[in-house]
Design a protein around this ligand. Sequence first.
Ligand code: COI
Length: 363
Amino acid sequence: LQFTVTERTDRVSEADRAKVLADPGFGNHFSDHMVRIEWDSEAGWHDAGVAAYGPFQLDPAAAVLHYAQEIFEGMKAYRHADGSVWTFRPEANAARFARSATRLALPVLPEEDFVQSLKELVAVDKAWVPEAGDGGEASLYLRPFMFASEAFLGVRPARKVTYAVIASPAGAYFGGDGVKAINLWISTDYARAGEGGTGGAKCGGNYASSLAGQLEGIAAGCDQAVFLDSSTHTYIEELGGMNLFLVYKDGRIVTPELTGSILEGVTRSSILELAKDLGLSPEERRIPIQEWKDAAESGELAEVFACGTAAVVTPVGELRWDGGSCDHRRDGHVDEVAGKIRSTLLDIQYGRVEDTHGWLTRL
Ligand code: COI
């Protein structure tokens, strides 16, 4: 696709941008431009362009507003010490976006157009990519998404679709200074996704589905909810916006295997690779929630952490449920392994060590 830059603007003054980049938070501020590409069933992909960031004009009958035919991705642009800007495994996100599109009956955007769209946006909004900063994880979060923009009320795949990319300078997802442990709530009333459903796709509906469980967790003083498999309520799936790893004292590092209802995180896959480099033994298998409680009790469990593009690697403290709780942090060590994985990952992403896996793409 040929992209045209139709409107170049400095929506935000340089001084205001500097203020935002110094303390970006997560998801509250947006760069000056956005990418947009249109699709219809006759012309295919067309009108690829970069324009000023701003609202969509959407017909009230646009299918996405009624039937949630929508998918998205989450990626980051990292500024290296020499000023160059890079992203991490974009082809993995492009492939997942294509799988999500197929599951949601949306058109597939070719990988090269997906990657090009990121390059086009970062080319005009490079000034929005922060330095790594104090917390060491500031970046420009990139959010590609696609939705049914055709106006009609029948239930069928839309014949008009819009793809867009917006960018948001980002610090730590869980805020605060330094890496703090989060507490998790086991949601038993709610599941995030079921067998044959859309759990393996990155679609907005899954995130909407996680919110009630998340609210339960917050009411119980937790930061996130852990969702279990919907049919037996016994196996760990994910947190709704992050994957989970359990680290055992004997060096095993275990994450739930992909069952179709769990999102295949790019950070998750990368950690499975990095774990081997760090001399750990990664395992993907079904993990009963009882195993977590028992291993915390017996002292075999060393650490638990959440991971994702937004969350990077975030240690978990307490696990709570209706009527109980457990905490594996007996010897006060929360994130020795998680910390090592986190810094290894960030060192690769910020170009501080050699990218031996070939994971970086220059934007
Ligand atoms: C990401 O990690 O990029 C996500 O899409 C999840 C969300 C918590 C922001």
